[in-house]
Design a protein around this ligand. Structure first.
Ligand SMILES: [Ca+2]
Ligand SMILES: [Ca+2]
Ligand SMILES: [Ca+2]
Length: 284
C-alpha cells in the first residue's frame, strides 16, 4: 500500500480535498529532493578546481597585502626613528643654545651689576667733587675778597711811600737826585729796578710826571747799543729827542726822560750826572 492510498483512507471533515493536497505536497518534496541532489552533484564536479584557483588568488592577494602593510609599517617605523632622532638632536641643540643664552644673560647681568656699582661710585665721587668744588669756589671768593682788601691796603701804604699804581705796575719817583748807578741801586734795594718803557701808554704816564728822571736804558756796555736793565735790546719803541742820542763829549751812556716836552723827550746823558729817578715793580 503506497502513501497515496494511506492518505485516501484518512477520514476527516475535509474529505478528498485534504487528501489531494497531501499528495501534492509529497510530490513537491520529492521534486525538491531531486533538485537538491542535482546541486550536490554540481559541487563535487568541475566547480572544485575553480574554487581552488580562487583560494590561490585570495592567498596571493593576502600575501601581497601583508607585504605592503609590512613595508608601510617599516616606512612608518623608519620615519618615526628619524623623527625621534631629529627631535633628540634639535632638543640637544636647543638645550645647548639655551645654556649659552643663559650664560650670556648671567654675564650681562654681572656686567650690569658692575656698571651699576661703578656708576654709583662715580656718582658718589661726583657728589664729593661737586661739594669740594662748591667749597673751593666759596673759599676762592673769600680769598679774592681778602686779596682785594689787601691790595687796596697795600696801595694806600705804597702811596704813602711815594709809590704810584698804573696798569698793574707800581712806580716810585725819588725825592732826591743821584747818579744813574746809585739810582738803580736804590731801586734794586726796594725790590724794583729803573723803569723800562714798554708801551706808548707807559711813556705818556712817565712823561706826565713832568720831571726829568733816569730811566733803565744804557749803552755803557757797547757804545751805540742801547739795552734796558733787564738785558733786552732797545726795540722800535723809542722816543729820542731830535739829534739824540749824540754821546756828547763821548761820555753819554745813560738815558733820561726830560720834562722839556711830552713826546720826543729821551736824551743820552753822562751817567755821573745826578737827577731824580723812577723805579718800577709789578707786585701781583
Ligand atoms: Ca715798564
Ligand atoms: Ca753813549
Ligand atoms: Ca745827548
Amino acid at each position: 500500500m503506497d502513501e497515496q492510498d494511506i492518505y485516501a483512507n484518512v477520514e476527516g471533515p475535509s474529505g478528498l480535498h485534504i487528501k489531494w493536497e497531501r499528495v501534492q505536497s509529497s510530490e513537491n518534496i520529492y521534486q525538491n529532493e531531486d533538485t537538491c541532489c542535482s546541486v550536490e552533484t554540481d559541487r563535487t564536479g568541475p566547480a572544485l578546481s575553480d574554487l581552488e584557483e580562487s583560494n590561490t588568488v585570495k592567498k596571493r592577494s593576502c600575501i601581497a597585502t601583508a607585504l605592503i602593510l609590512g613595508l608601510l609599517c617599516l616606512l612608518l617605523l623608519t620615519g618615526l626613528v628619524i623623527l625621534v632622532f631629529l627631535y633628540t638632536k634639535d632638543k640637544s641643540n636647543w638645550e645647548l643654545k639655551m645654556l649659552r643664552l643663559q650664560t650670556s644673560y648671567n654675564n650681562l647681568t654681572e656686567k650690569q651689576h658692575q656698571l651699576q656699582t661703578s656708576y654709583n661710585n662715580l656718582d658718589e665721587e661726583n657728589h664729593q667733587l661737586k661739594t669740594s668744588y662748591d667749597n673751593l669756589t666759596e673759599e676762592k671768593a673769600q680769598l679774592k675778597k681778602q686779596l682785594e682788601d689787601a691790595t687796596t691796603d697795600l696801595r694806600k701804604k705804597l702811596q704813602a711811600l711815594r709809590w704810584t699804581y698804573f696798569a698793574d705796575k707800581y712806580y716810585y719817583i725819588s725825592s732826591t737826585m743821584q747818579t744813574w748807578q746809585d739810582s738803580r741801586n736804590d731801586c734794586l734795594q726796594k725790590g724794583a729796578d729803573l723803569v723800562i718803557i714798554n708801551s706808548p701808554e707807559e711813556q705818556e704816564f712817565i712823561s706826565s710826571r713832568k720831571i726829568s728822571t733816569w730811566i733803565g736804558l744804557t749803552d755803557a756796555e757797547t757804545e751805540g747799543t742801547w739795552k734796558w736793565v733787564d738785558g733786552t735790546l732797545l726795540g722800535s719803541l723809542r722816543y729820542w729827542a731830535e739829534s739824540e742820542p749824540n754821546n756828547g763829549y763821548g761820555n753819554e751812556n745813560c738815558a733820561k726822560i726830560s720834562s722839556s716836552n711830552l713826546e720826543k723827550n729821551w736824551y743820552d746823558e753822562s751817567c755821573d750826572f745826578k737827577m731824580y729817578w723812577i723805579c718800577e715793580v709789578q707786585l701781583i
